[in-house]
Design a protein around this ligand. Structure first.
Ligand code: S3P
Length: 169
């Protein structure tokens, strides 16, 4: 079925994990996060993988994660790492398995919020972050639903729950 899985996409730090967990509760679904899946399967943190094995290695792990999705028996809510939708054919593969939600927000506000967290790779400076955001919009805008993160995670999850019911009715 087209709406088997729900994918949350968007920049790092936008709140995909928090909103995704709340949405999964409302939908009575399991929640998974591509970064956590990768960390659990490799036994390494995302930043360790980036620093010791490199970004290409990490992207390959994301690719393996995507390829494993059709084998899941459960209906899930899936938070995707920020760069995952830019992988070759990633959007096609996700769309084949479900519905995509783009969590959006001002990248400058986002950058100032997350820069304190030194654990995140690809966070060199504000301009680079804004450029990365702009480069990724072409991918993110292919989502079925776009929502601005201007409310609390709880309100956002409720709004998404209702939008999904509407979309699927
Ligand atoms: C990345 C986002 C991160 C993580 C990795 C790379 C990116 O995930 O996958 O650090 O390229 O934007 P979150 O979006 O969950 O922070």
């Amino acid at each position: 079925m087209k709406h088997e899985q729900v994918f949350l996409i968007g920049m790092m730090g936008i709140g995909k994990t928090t909103v995704g967990q709340l949405l999964a509760q409302k939908m009575n679904r399991l929640f998974i996060d591509s970064d956590i899946y990768i960390e659990e399967t490799t036994g390494m943190s995302v930043s360790q993988i980036f620093s010791s094995l490199g970004e290409a290695y990490f992207r390959n792990l994301e690719n393996i994660f995507l390829n494993s999705l059709p084998h899941y028996q459960h209906k899930l809510v899936i938070a995707c790492g920020g760069g995952l939708p830019t992988l070759p054919n990633a959007l096609e593969r996700m769309k084949k398995n479900g519905t995509l939600i783009f969590l959006d927000g001002d990248p400058r506000v986002l950058f100032s919020r997350i820069q304190q967290n030194g654990e995140r790779p690809l966070l060199s400076n504000e301009e680079a972050f804004v450029t990365l955001y702009k480069e990724r919009l072409i991918f993110y805008h292919q989502a079925d639903i776009r929502i601005d993160i201007s409310h609390t995670p709880e309100e956002t999850a409720t709004a998404l729950y209702l939008r999904l019911q509407e979309l699927w009715s």
